[in-house]
Design a protein around this ligand. Structure first.
Ligand SMILES: Cc1ncc(C[n+]2csc(CCOP(=O)(O)OP(=O)(O)O)c2C)c(N)n1
Length: 638
């Protein structure tokens, strides 16, 4: 048997014969697991089989040590071909193939309908087509940035070539010269609705070639030819290469071949018997039925791949942040992180907004870690995801509307894949100013509220921004920092000192109570926090004492809020965010979950606004100190 690493150009006859037999057995496994489950995608699994066999047999991966840091990364972008993936991984010894066959698509089993990272050997959960190549680009960049030098392989389908994100990823791979990245496209010409050429014609080979990739075309069911093509692709040190594998959907069973029907339909038991006979295999449903009827309780959970540790000592004194905006403070924090950790791989992704999102200093300091993705946010989001689980501290800074709204589904997939992205969203809220409606990100809390693992940090001023970013830079999990565009005054103590001074330590989930008072409470978030404090101070001069709490983690409110909700005459939630889905929603939810009766009043954005200076837009929305005072007076009078 030829060894791993694609180091020899071709296979010997004995290896070819062995692989052909394994392909036949794997086809049987695909049919058994899908028929037993009564659902799944046998057609594409069978067309991609030889590709999977070649990749997992000859890439540098170790079934006994599937998490080895320098392993090759294999991404399957068309995650619905999970039966084919499980059959090949099981044969290779990543897990017991019998478990996958018996418990495919069964509640409690890791062998889901679309591939997930909980299965050893699976590097990236996919199912939303068109994202896998971006995942591969992230892995390939990480290979370079960590110096570990692994290769990345991405198996894709032809149906997903329609997708725009594929083009974004293709171009970034070519621009970055990712010669360690190899794509293999399963070109079976069929998808759900029929012929790919009818659904949406794409010249796959031409598209890759046009973007600067090498292209090799091959018979995708000839294991020797597939091996040779992939080995040639690996040997090309100048550019990434796409192997276009011409295949047949349903390959190996005559009545399935070329039929769109079998894209996503399991065989009936009768069809199954005929198919197994044609493959020269014994039907095996009865063998697996008892195991399937027992509950599936095999959680192949893989440990979270946390980011490398950073040593960060905030080096900037509070005076540096008196007259600035939060985004500049984030840029300063990033610079500190980069300067103080020269040996730690750090990536910063940009989508043509570096000067606005303050990553230019990093780009000068660490050009090898700065990745210019162009106007390709879907790709950037997924690239950030895989970089962040590959030994690289990963930041992506963008305007809120592009990093969160534009790329929401990619961030959702990052959530599913348990990544460690630091997403820095600038220009959030009406504070975007003159750019107007399209640029008003008013849902940065609301969107991430829907995702189970993301944390959102909305710092109140530049000092808190600096401290929050340095504190959370190497924490596991995904974190979004949301901030506005304008200069914001520092939040100050009643004595006029900077509240988030050198002694302050950022703690995710804490409310910073900056004023005490018994007549009512204002909770301020982000850009509007200092206006909330000013409003409270102005009213204090008139004898009204208001408590002011600054909420920087609107999705994780602390237990001590319950006391305030129980005793304060009202709690006014002030936020440059859609009034229904941000801070107010969190506080209301907090109270409801604890059965607290409280007067929780929203003061957020009621609709998109036009273009204008942020200060004017704020005044218009009642977000300046005078506007907040007006709302409080109304509450006191009521
Ligand atoms: C973004 C996205 N849109 C739609 C789907 C639904 N879907 C699942 S498979 C598929 C097309 C299948 O074509 P191909 O990927 O070539 O698979 P094959 O039939 O060769 O298995 C579609 C549209 C999806 N999974 N992801």
């Amino acid at each position: 048997m030829v060894g791993r690493g694609f180091s020899v150009p071709r296979l010997d006859a004995e290896t070819v014969a062995e692989l052909e037999d394994r392909a036949r057995l794997a086809r049987g496994a695909v049919l058994t697991m899908t028929t037993l489950a009564g659902s799944g995608h046998p057609g594409g699994s069978m067309s991609s089989l030889e590709v999977y066999l070649v990749l997992w047999t000859f890439a540098s991966v170790d079934p006994r040590d599937p998490g080895r840091p320098d392993r090759d990364r294999i991404v399957v972008s068309h995650g619905h071909t999970s039966p084919g993936v499980y059959a090949v991984l099981g044969q290779a010894g990543f897990f017991d193939l019998d478990d996958a066959i018996a418990h495919f698509r069964q509640a409690g089993s890791p062998f889901e309908g679309h591939v997930e990272r909980s299965v050893p050997g699976v590097e990236w959960g996919t199912g939303n087509l068109g994202q896998g190549l971006s995942a591969g680009v992230g892995f390939a960049l990480a290979s370079r940035m960590t110096g570990l030098g692994w290769r990345t392989f991405v198996a894709m389908s032809d149906g997903e070539q329609h997708k725009g994100q594929v083009a974004e990823a293709r171009r970034l791979a070519a621009k970055e010269g990712l010669s360690d990245l190899t794509v293999v496209v399963d070109l079976n010409g069929i998808q759900i609705s029929g012929r790919t050429a009818d659904v949406m014609p794409v010249d796959v080979a031409k598209d890759f070639a046009a973007d600067g990739w090498g292209v090799i075309e091959v018979d995708g069911h000839d294991v020797a030819a597939v091996y040779e093509a992939v080995a040639a692709a690996v040997a090309d040190r100048d550019r990434p290469v796409a192997v276009i594998a011409h295949t047949v959907i349903g390959k190996g069973v005559s009545f399935m071949e070329g039929k769109a029907e079998y894209h996503g339909r399991a065989l009936t038991r009768e069809e199954y018997r005929a198919a197994m006979e044609e493959l020269g295999l014994e039907p095996a449903l009865e063998r697996y039925e008892p195991a399937r009827q027992a509950a599936a309780v095999m959680q192949h959970c893989r440990p979270q791949e946390r980011p490398p540790r950073l040593a960060v000592r905030p080096s900037r004194p509070a005076e540096d942040f008196l007259e600035t905006d939060c985004r500049s403070a984030w840029g300063a924090a990033l610079e500190d992180i980069a300067r103080q950790n020269p040996a730690v791989p750090i990536a910063v992704l940009d989508c043509d907004l570096a000067s606005s999102v303050k990553t230019e200093a990093f780009a000068r300091l660490r050009p090898e870690g700065f990745v210019q993705c162009g106007v390709g946010e879907h790709n950037a989001a997924t690239v950030a995801g895989t970089l962040s689980i590959s030994g690289v501290v990963t930041f992506w800074a963008d305007f809120g509307v592009f990093g969160a709204d534009e790329a929401y589904n990619q961030q959702r997939l990052n959530d599913i894949n348990a990544t460690n992205v630091r997403l820095v969203l600038t220009h959030c809220g009406l504070d975007v100013g003159e750019d107007g409606k399209t640029h008003q990100c008013l849902d940065y809390v609301g969107l991430f509220r829907n995702l189970f693992g993301w944390r959102v940090v909305v710092p109140a001023d530049p000092l808190q921004t600096y401290r929050a970013v340095t504190a959370l830079a190497d924490e596991p999990g995904n974190v979004a920092f949301a901030m506005g565009r304008s200069k914001v005054p520092l939040v100050r103590t009643q004595d006029g000192a900077a509240y988030f001074d050198d002694a302050y330590e950022f703690q995710y989930g804490r409310i910073d109570w900056v004023r005490d008072g018994g007549d009512g409470t204002i909770l301020g978030m982000g850009t509007l926090a200092s206006s909330a404090v000013s409003a409270a101070d102005a009213m204090r001069a008139e004898g009204v004492s208001l408590a002011v709490g600054i909420v920087s983690a609107p999705l994780d409110l602390p237990e001590d809020l319950a006391l305030t909700l129980s005793h304060s005459p009202f709690v006014l939630c002030v936020e440059d965010h859609h009034w229904r889905t941000g801070l107010w929603a969190s506080v209301a939810e907090f109270a409801a979950l604890r059965g607290l009766s409280a007067r929780i009043v929203p003061h957020g954005v009621r609709g998109y606004q036009g273009s204008g200076k942020a200060g004017d837009l704020f005044a218009y929305a009642g977000f300046d100190a005078a506007g907040i005072e007006g709302v409080v007076r109304g509450l006191l009078d009521a």
